[in-house]
Design a protein. Structure first.
Lengths: 103, 165, 504, 533, 697
């Protein structure tokens, strides 16, 4: 059990994933919600890399992780631009207070 | 228990522990710094998994880029004079229940699944192979990512820039 | 990789290449022509037309591009070109063309004329993303193309920045989208872990083996479905839809409601068909690999989606929001075409989509034209417009009747084929639920008509005259709605010729 | 046979008229009215031509050869992928003894309703355009022989009806209009479903020998055309014929309207403008019973036989219930509306008998109810135009003030009561004769005869409350009928009395077909194996 | 005189009044004095009908003339064969006689009305209505089948409705008209069902065919019970039209119509149609049916007579007397005295018409005063009216040398024989009791009206004898109340030409076992002994002979007694009517208030139906509509949503799923909180749920 294998990495990733979701759901500040998203993406990346290594799937997993990292960067850029825009409009970035559109 | 294992646990604890702080601490700045540790931990895990290039990219892009971006975001969207930049939390209970169940599901999936597990030693360096793959098999995605970045650039610039009014 | 292979691949993705070039040209043009941006929409038009030409010239062509030379399944590539894909690409292109034409007319878009280059560049980004979504057969490509489309649409949803609701829409869309795609990515990673590949064809052949952990696969499937379901706004992943549709500029709302949904559907159908269908029998029935009960999932989701969409729409006072819920409901109807898992169902989806394109865009167009004039999308502000603005009101009435699915409009034909597929598959109960949903949907569509015609306005409503180009544009959408309602042979024939999904 | 496609002409002429009206300038509403009048008049002429060329001995029903004025050509033809098969839909029209009376009725009532629409002031163009569209839809329903075509026409008239009630109606018009719409749509989705089910269960033999799924009503009637595994094939042990029948019946029953689906009717009638009430009661309600006779009966003869008691039961409930509720009404129009419920019950009862006499009576009653109720609603319209009230207790003694009007009212009321020498009597009598002859529903029939009494009760009471007694001084200046109103009442009166004295004039049209229908429904067995396959 | 001529003449007779009606209705507005045309037409019809009667009775005495044509043909119906519904006429002796009776009385009433109705604002319309009535009545008389009988039956009802409600400005008149029609309809339903039974079995309406089939043993649904039922049900038509208990309540009210109308319709002809119907179906009546008929008739005559005793309205007295006499006739059919029933129908028609017209003359003279308590002493002022009235009264009381004596005596003899043969003694007892009461109340009427001192001097002063056109009919009718028209021997009605030659009891067709004992044919020899066609047993004939004299004597005694008592009370004032009334207060009140039957009906049937109607209307509005509609009550209970519901209702949004869909819609809408993180939580939970549902293990 304590012998580190694939499962260990996966469990870490699973926890990271869940924490990411938890962060996304509970944090008021939009920037911190974004942090949660980054955690989710990271956990997926760990999966890819771990699977690739233990499953002997070649470097495909790493490539995918690489793509995801790049994507995360792009997404973060856009996300922050939007958050800034929100800040300009609403003077705060509390996601739960931005609920003019509803029902 | 060998060194590999110990290092793994170390990084795993760093990763998970700081991630816990990331999502629980009320201070945004703290949170950002804990995120740094998380990313760092992930980097370590990458190294343990033999993904050296990825680890570097993780440090450069994530820690050097995204995290800085996030901190900028924090700075730009809060009054700087306010020393304690705090954030509230909401629906903790449903989130805790939902995520708890969810985590249980994910973790049990991870544990009980009979994954294919026949690790082979990675080549010492993966950079070259990755490069080769990038412009061969994954060239389409590579190009697509280029366009994606262009779009992100345009989009971010477009949305963040001040109106002339 | 042999060069011939690359050339072959490139020749199959000429429309996508052309799109990318057009995108770059747009960006450059925006930089060069920063004083006078009148030309830019025309460049965009040209780009669409060129892509359209290339797409249509691919008709009848089929093949795999970007084959994985390293794999033993080297014959299957990341991209598949087939008539099914071309159909949805055409849907996307036609709606893009119409959206660009709408943008000419939209006052919202007129106001951001100085950023028009970026606007079109982002639209092109979306189109490109959709194109890859439609034809991708590799999970990672699917994911990234979805992201490409999403990132563009996040920005576009908040593009005009005229009102709070733009920014809000864009933030909500972003957060929701990011979570959904994160879930999907996690699902993909699980599939990757189970099979060691992201290519759908290979996955298909691998999951037929006995060693696959079905629970994990189911988990992965659900996560991936969450990602796709969010794109097609099917319940329970639809929550963003009303808020974003209401908040976004109307042209983008229309675009999201048709094109992005089309891409999502194409993706969903291709994903399920390619990955989980073992074979198609001569009667056109798809036989699922017995690893995950997609049928039940989609039936449940479909019924939930249409019911939720219809019932929520009952209460809406904002036209865009009402149409958003209506589009959710329509996603539910469209899923019905998938639940039967047959070519009959597929044909129904294709027909329904063609019709949906016309009627939904038409409805949005009229709403936009009215909003241009009265500055409101509130149903209450429509009171009495039926008398003062007969053309727009009649057109809107026809579009809404078509959305309800009453003859003699094309909407009826769409529904008819869906129900034909259901009855053929002996899923009578589902058909009954769907039909009752249709009745419910009548409430809110007819409510608009009520406000247009029956309710006495408090003050004399403005008479909205339409310019010649607007009249033509509305007619172009309205006449086919009637025509296909009466004579739908060409529609069905077209759909019939677009059934090919390359697969095992 | 005539040299031109008379059925298409009679159906699509109003649509042509609609387009002309839309093109006419708004400023001269008179032109619009005259045009509509001309078109409906041409329809009447066409209907007469049709009748003049009608072959009384041709049966129709399930036999294409004995249908008349057939127009049939391929409308939709999507040829083959193996698994899809050929999809074909015909433009298939024709009339037999079932539909001809309805065509005549539709033409007549449209014409009368046009006359009655003369007082419409509000957006005349729109009104008459919708009116003509409605006209076309109704006519189409009665001449279509392809289920798909039938369904298109069936739904086509919903929307104009909605607007006609909703825009030109009374104070609660919106409510009434939407209620009408929702109810009818609710019914028609079931029809749609059964239609699709039938489509898949049966095939038609084409000229090239291929078997093709079909919407052709006549092909759907032939048990030999059902493939054994079709869900609506009697050979399929898990067939859904009973459920399909009930669904189909419900779809039509809403239109009739049959208890307990009738609640849309009083609202729609009360709120609709007079000419629309006239059309609604005169023609639209007939669509339900026509649909049952044309579609439910011959396509599901086995289930029909099985359920005839229930149909009769609902007929009885309609008769008694409608009459009793009518008795309690205080609004003139509502009373007439409930009387319609009651009278349509006779149609159901007659149909349930599955005998020549009963079904003849039922169809005849459909026609007669069309004319009589049209007249009753016109009567309400006349008084409402003048006084703007419909309260039964607001009047009194109008007979002195408006003797001619009272005369027509008396004729119409007694026709509705079923007084001999008026058409209503013959049809009611035939219904009872037919229904009583069937032992199964004899008791129900006997109870139903109470309707005769109750009908007399509410009608005469109404007559008394409005027309008799001392004149209410409020109405001392009411004018009697004018020329236009004469023109509406006289043809209807003549028809009512003519058919009362000489019912064969109408019965002969339907007789052959009804005999054929009855023998088809009572003898067809739906479990023979697929012929030739 | 050949058959077709008779048929043609009959058809002309039938349609002449209709022609009058059509002419008057359409042209009456423009042409003055058009009513004379109608009178002329009736005169013509009368002459023709006399010709027809003469021809029929002389040349075709035993042969029925039938002519028919197919009205509705339904071709070759599956499982049934050809169905042809025929209309046609049948002229037998009673038809021929009825033709004359109807036309004669109609003509006289027309004549009478010329003066009586003068000055009415709907003068011509009145004659038109009379025309349509005559037409319908002739139709009933002439028909050869049940359907046509029913058709004209209803048309008679219509004309009765129109004429009763002729002065519709009076609420009581329109009420009475409505009541008459509806009460009649109750009976008609029974008749209709009876006809339905017969048609179902025989696929025809024609009397002769049906009777022939019954005679052949082809019974409705092969059961004698159904035959009995058919007879009783058809008799229900007669119950309505002939105002038999319990449907007699309309007739007294019908006196709201003009008096000549009462004479024509509600005394002489239409109400007799019920008896005529009974006579027509006599041959198919089983013993049970006959017993029912006899009891109904007897009871009706008794109850009406008791009511007539105390009425003060001259027309009401006559009305109840009519009811009573109709009961007599019906009873007569029931006891098998077929010929006397018809005979009484004819004689009663004349003297009752005379009485009504006489009362009309009185009313006319008294300026529309109808209460006999305000009359008196009119003998001097209205001599002709008085004497004709008196003759008729004598006739109805059954005093010898009048037609009434002949027919009533026959009926009483019939009941007596019936009582003896079947031991149902109550029926003759009632018959004689009624005879006494009849004599009493009729003479009470005469005395109070014409004798003594005038009680309203003002009106008395202005009273004067009616003009010629009014008294002439009286004279004619009074003359017809003398025995000589019917028989040369005033004490032996059966010897007269009327009963001996013209009207004969037809042969029963019902299965033998269903008949009364005395209706069963005896041996061949016995049959030959009596009249050729009669199917009565020898005992019956003998009993009738036995009953003849006791009945005559008894009836003379009771009639005399009744008259005597009337004189004691009102002429000589030996006994005070008021005091007696005081003593028998309960009975008096019951009689005066017509046994409270109207009130009972109002309280039960009428308000019951109306109440049920209202309940159903409420039910329809609230429950049926409500279930589908989302009822307002549910709305209020769910107070949280009530506000929404109000807008919902006002919005015209209510529909069958209103509550449900509204609720569902609302709940769904609640999900849309506008907070994106909430949505994400939903997504997480959705995935968990989906996972729980779709776990493939």
């Amino acid at each position: 059990m304590l012998q580190v294998g694939l499962t260990h990495f996966l469990v870490v990733s699973a926890i990271l994933f869940s924490l990411g979701i938890y962060g996304i759901v509970t944090r008021k500040n939009a920037v911190m919600v974004l942090m949660g998203i980054e955690l989710v993406l990271n956990s997926a990346n760990i999966n890819f890399v771990a699977f690739a290594k233990y499953g002997n799937y070649g470097l495909g997993g790493q490539i995918i992780a690489l793509f995801v990292i790049i994507l995360a960067a792009a997404e973060a850029a856009i996300a922050l631009a939007i958050v800034l825009n929100i800040y300009k409009t609403f003077a705060n970035v509390n996601v739960d207070e931005i609920d003019k559109l509803k029902e | 228990m060998n060194y590999y294992d110990i290092i793994f646990y170390l990084f795993a604890i760093i990763t998970v522990g700081s991630a816990v702080f990331v999502v629980t601490t009320r201070n945004v700045i703290y949170s950002a710094f804990f995120l740094l540790f998380t990313f760092f931990g992930v980097t370590g895990i990458y190294v343990l998994l033999g993904a050296d290039f990825l680890a570097v990219v993780q440090i450069m892009v994530y820690i050097g880029g995204i995290l800085i971006l996030l901190i900028f975001g924090v700075m730009l969207t809060n009054t700087i004079t306010n020393v304690e930049i705090r954030t509230g939390t909401l629906h903790l209970l449903p989130a805790a229940i939902g995520v708890g169940v969810f985590m249980g599901a994910v973790v049990s999936v991870m544990i009980w699944t009979d994954w294919k597990s026949q690790p082979v030693a990675n080549p010492v360096t993966t950079t070259k192979s990755l490069g080769y793959l990038l412009i061969n098999e994954y060239v389409l995605i590579f190009e697509l990512l280029g366009i994606l970045l262009l779009i992100a650039l345009i989009g971010a610039a477009s949305i963040a820039r001040r109106e002339k009014e | 990789m042999a060069n011939t292979n690359l050339y072959h691949s490139l020749s199959l993705i000429t429309p996508e290449i052309f799109l990318s070039v057009a995108l770059v040209v747009l960006v450059l043009a925006d930089l060069v022509l920063h004083k006078d941006k009148k030309l830019i929409p025309y460049i965009a038009l040209l780009g669409i037309i060129g892509t359209g030409y290339l797409t249509i010239s691919q008709f009848g062509m089929s093949g795999f591009a970007f084959q994985n030379s390293a794999s033993m399944f080297s014959s299957y590539g990341m991209i598949t070109v087939d008539s099914f894909g071309i159909f949805f690409k055409s849907i996307v292109l036609i709606s893009s063309l119409l959206i660009i034409l709408f943008s000419f007319q939209s006052e919202e878009i007129q106001k951001i004329n100085d950023r028009i280059g970026e606007y079109y560049a982002l639209i092109f980004g979306m189109i490109l993303g959709m194109f890859f979504m439609i034809s991708a057969t590799d999970l990672i490509l699917i994911y990234l193309s979805m992201e490409l489309m999403s990132l563009s649409s996040y920005v576009l949803a908040g593009f005009t920045k005229l009102r709070d609701r733009n920014s809000e829409a864009s933030l909500k869309y972003l957060l929701y989208g990011a979570v959904s795609s994160g879930l999907m990515l996690f699902g993909i990673s699980l599939v990757y872990g189970l099979t060691g590949t992201t290519n759908l064809y290979i996955i298909n052949s691998l999951i037929q083996g006995p060693q696959i952990n079905l629970f994990t696969l189911a988990f992965a499937c659900i996560l991936i479905f969450a990602g796709i379901g969010y794109k097609i706004s099917s319940a329970p992943f639809h929550f963003w839809t009303p808020d974003v549709y209401e908040g976004a500029p109307i042209t983008i709302t229309a675009f999201l409601s048709v094109a992005s949904k089309a891409a999502g559907f194409a993706l969903l159908i291709r994903f399920i068909k390619t990955t989980f269908v073992s074979y198609v029998d001569p009667n056109g029935w798809w036989h699922l690999i017995n690893v995950f009960d997609w049928k039940t999932l989609i039936i449940a989701v479909s019924i939930l989606t249409m019911t939720l969409g219809n019932f929520s729409a009952l209460w809406q006072n904002n036209m865009k929001r009402m149409l958003a819920y209506s589009s959710i409901a329509h996603a539910g109807y469209l899923l019905l075409g998938l639940v039967v898992f047959s070519n009959q169902g597929l044909i129904a989806i294709l027909i329904y989509f063609s019709v949906y394109l016309l009627m939904n865009l038409g409805a949005f167009l009229v709403v936009m034209l009215i909003a241009n004039r009265i500055g409101s999308e509130d149903i209450d502000d429509y009171n009495g417009l039926g008398i003062t603005s007969p053309f727009l009101s009649v057109s809107l009435a026809i579009f809404l009747i078509s959305l309800t699915g009453l003859p003699p409009t094309a909407g009826f034909i769409g529904k008819l084929y869906l129900f034909i597929a259901l009855v053929d598959a002996k899923m009578i109960a589902v058909a009954v639920i769907a039909l009752l949903n249709t009745v419910v949907s009548l409430y809110y569509y007819i409510r608009v008509l009520k406000h247009l015609y029956l309710v006495k306005p408090v003050k004399e409503p403005v008479a909205i005259t339409t310019s010649f180009s607007n009249t033509v544009l509305v007619s172009v959408l309205m006449l086919p709605v009637i025509f296909f309602g009466i004579y739908f042979e060409p529609l069905v024939n077209f759909a019939k010729s677009c059934l090919l999904i390359l697969g095992l | 046979m005539i040299g031109f496609p008379i059925l298409s002409l009679i159906t699509f002429l109003p649509i042509l008229g609609m387009f002309i009206i839309l093109a006419l300038p708004k400023e001269q509403p008179k032109n619009v009215k005259y045009l509509t009048l001309a078109i409906t008049a041409i329809q009447v002429v066409l209907a007469i031509i049709l009748l003049a060329n009608y072959n009384y001995s041709a049966a129709g029903i399930y036999d294409e050869k004995s249908f008349q004025f057939i127009e049939k050509f391929r409308w939709i033809n999507i040829t083959g992928i193996s698994w899809l098969g050929t999809v074909k839909i015909d433009y298939f029209m024709g009339v037999d003894g079932l539909s001809t009376p309805m065509v005549l009725l539709t033409a007549l009532i449209s014409f009368i309703a046009t006359l009655s629409s003369w007082t419409i002031e509000k957006s005349v163009k729109g009104y008459f355009a919708l009116f003509l569209l409605l006209d076309a839809g109704m006519m189409g329903v009665f001449v279509a022989l392809d289920f798909f075509l039938f369904y298109i026409f069936w739904e086509l008239m919903l929307l104009p009806m909605y607007f006609l009630i909703g825009i030109w109606g009374g104070p609660r018009k919106e409510y009434a209009a939407i209620k009408f719409f929702i109810y009818t749509l609710f019914g028609s989705v079931f029809i749609l479903l059964v239609m699709i089910g039938l489509y898949f269960s049966a095939t038609e033999l084409m000229q090239d020998g291929a078997r093709v799924h079909t919407f052709n009503m006549l092909a759907l009637m032939n048990p030999a055309n059902y493939s054994p595994d079709g869900i609506l094939s009697a050979l399929n042990p898990n067939n859904l014929r009973l459920i399909a029948y009930i669904a189909l019946f419900a779809g039509f029953a809403i239109k009739i309207p049959m208890f307990p689906f009738h609640t849309w009717l009083p609202d729609a009638h009360v709120e609709a403008p007079t000419p629309i009430s006239v059309i609604l009661a005169g023609v639209l309600l007939k669509m339900g019973t026509y649909g049952i006779l044309r579609i439910s009966y011959p396509m599901f003869p086995d289930i029909t036989r099985q359920l005839m008691w229930y149909i009769a039961l609902f007929g009885m409930i309609n008769i008694i219930y409608g009459a009793l509720v009518a008795l309690a009404q205080k609004d003139f129009k509502k009373l007439i509306a409930y009387s319609s419920v009651s009278h349509m019950g006779y149609v159901l009862l007659g149909m349930a008998s599955l005998t020549t006499v009963g079904i003849n009576g039922a169809i005849f009653q459909m026609f007669n109810h069309g004319t009589i109720t049209a007249m009753l609603f016109l009567i309400v319209g006349v008084i409402y135009d003048r006084t703007h009230t419909r309260g039964l207790n607001d009047f009194g003694g109008l007979a002195t003030q408006m003797p001619v009007y009272t005369g027509f009212v008396t004729v119409a009321f007694f026709a509705a009561i079923g007084l001999p020498s008026m058409s209503g009597f013959v049809s009611e009598a035939l219904v009872f004769l037919g229904a009583f002859g069937v032992e199964l529903i004899r008791v129900l029939t006997m109870i139903s005869t109470l309707g005769i009494l109750l009908g007399a009760g509410y009608m005469l009471w109404t007559l008394q409350r409005i027309f008799f007694g001392p004149l209410n001084e409020k109405w001392a200046s009411l004018k009697d009928l004018d020329g236009r109103e004469y023109a509406m009442f006289i043809p209807l009166t003549i028809i009512i009395i003519f058919l009362g004295v000489y019912p064969s004039g109408m019965l002969n049209i339907m007789n052959t077909s009804v005999n054929s229908l009855v023998s088809f429904v009572t003898t067809t067995i739906h479990s023979t194996s697929l012929g030739g396959l | 005189m050949n058959e077709s001529l008779i048929v043609n003449l009959s058809i002309i007779i039938l349609f002449l009044p209709l022609l009058g009606f059509v002419t008057l209705i359409f042209l009456g507005k423009w042409i003055k004095k058009l009513h004379l045309f109608e009178v002329f037409i009736l005169g013509l019809a009368l002459i023709l009908s006399i010709v027809v009667m003469y021809a029929k009775l002389s040349f075709y005495n035993v042969k029925d003339i039938v002519a028919a044509f197919t009205w509705i043909s339904m071709g070759n119906a599956p499982a049934i064969g050809s169905i042809n519904i025929e209309l046609g006429i049948k002229i037998d002796n009673i038809t021929a006689i009825m033709l004359v009776v109807v036309n004669l009385i109609s003509f006289l009433v027309h004549m009478f009305s010329i003066e009586y109705m003068r000055g009415d604002k709907r003068y011509t319309r009145y004659f038109a209505y009379l025309g349509v009535f005559t037409f319908s009545m002739l139709g009933i008389v002439l028909t050869h089948n049940f359907l046509m009988m029913y058709i004209y039956w209803e048309l008679v009802g219509l004309s009765s409705y129109l004429l009763i409600g002729f002065w519709f400005e009076k609420k009581s008149a329109s009420d009475a008209a409505k009541k008459a029609f509806i009460v009649n309809r109750i009976g008609d339903i029974g008749m209709f069902i009876g006809i339905l039974i017969l048609f179902t079995q025989y696929k025809t309406f024609t009397f002769d065919v049906i009777f022939q089939q019954i005679g052949l043993g082809n019974l409705p649904f092969n059961s004698t019970a159904w035959l009995t039922a058919a007879g009783i049900l058809i008799f229900m038509g007669a119950v309505g039209k002939s105002a038999q208990f319990p449907l007699h309540v309309w007739l007294p009210d019908a006196m709201e119509g003009p008096t000549p109308v009462s004479a024509l319709i509600h005394a002489a002809t239409m109400v007799a149609a019920g008896v005529y119907l009974c006579v027509r179906i006599f041959v198919m009546l089983t013993a049970d049916a006959m017993l029912v008929i006899a009891v109904v008739g007897a009871f009706t005559s008794l109850i009406a007579a008791t009511i007539a005793l105390t009425q003060n309205d001259i027309k009401k007295v006559l009305a109840y007397s009519t009811v009573s006499q109709l009961g007599y006739m019906v009873m007569s059919v029931g006891v098998g005295a077929y010929t006397f029933a018809f005979f009484h129908l004819v004689t009663h028609a004349f003297f009752k018409a005379c009485l009504f017209l006489g009362s009309g003359s009185v009313i006319h003279a008294m300026h529309h005063e109808q209460d006999i308590r305000n009359m008196g002493g009119l003998r001097k002022k209205l001599p002709i009216t008085y004497y004709t009235f008196l003759i008729s009264t004598v006739a109805i009381s059954g005093v010898p040398f009048t037609s009434g004596f002949l027919s009533k005596d026959g009926i009483l003899a019939g009941t007596l024989a019936f009582g003896k043969l079947t031991s149902h003694w109550l029926i003759p007892a009632m018959g004689f009791l009624v005879a006494a009461m009849t004599a009493f109340y009729m003479f009470r009427l005469v005395i109070l009206t014409f004798h003594g001192e005038p009680r309203d001097h003002h009106k008395y002063e202005h009273a004067h004898e009616s003009p010629f056109v009014m008294v002439a009919p009286l004279v004619v009718l009074a003359t017809l109340s003398i025995f000589i028209w019917y028989t040369p021997n005033p004490f032996a009605p059966a010897d007269g030409w009327f009963l001996k030659n013209w009207v004969k009891t037809p042969a029963q067709v019902t299965p033998v076992q269903t008949r009364f004992e005395f209706m069963k044919p005896s041996t061949e020899e016995a049959k030959a002994e009596v009249h050729g066609e009669i199917t009565h047993s020898v005992e019956y004939t003998e009993t009738m002979h036995w009953a003849h004299y006791p009945a005559m004597i008894l009836s003379l005694i009771v009639a005399g007694l009744g008259i005597l008592i009337a004189f004691m009370f009102y002429q000589w004032k030996k006994i005070s009517a008021d005091k007696l009334a005081e003593k028998l207060k309960t009975l008096y009140k019951l009689s005066l208030n017509k046994w409270y039957l109207d009130e009972i009906y109002d309280a039960t049937a009428v308000s019951g139906t109306l109440g049920f109607g209202s309940i159903l209307a409420w039910f329809d509005n609230k429950i049926v509509d409500g279930i589908v509609n989302g009822s307002a009550h549910v709305t209020q209970l769910v107070s949280k949503f009530s506000n929404l519901f109000d807008t919902y209702v006002v919005d015209g949004f209510v529909n069958f799923t209103a509550f449900f869909s509204g609720f569902v819609g609302l709940s769904f809408r609640r999900l849309q909180t506008g907070k994106v993180q909430t949505y994400i939580i939903f997504v997480v939970f959705s995935i968990i749920i989906l996972l729980l549902i779709f776990k493939p293990f």
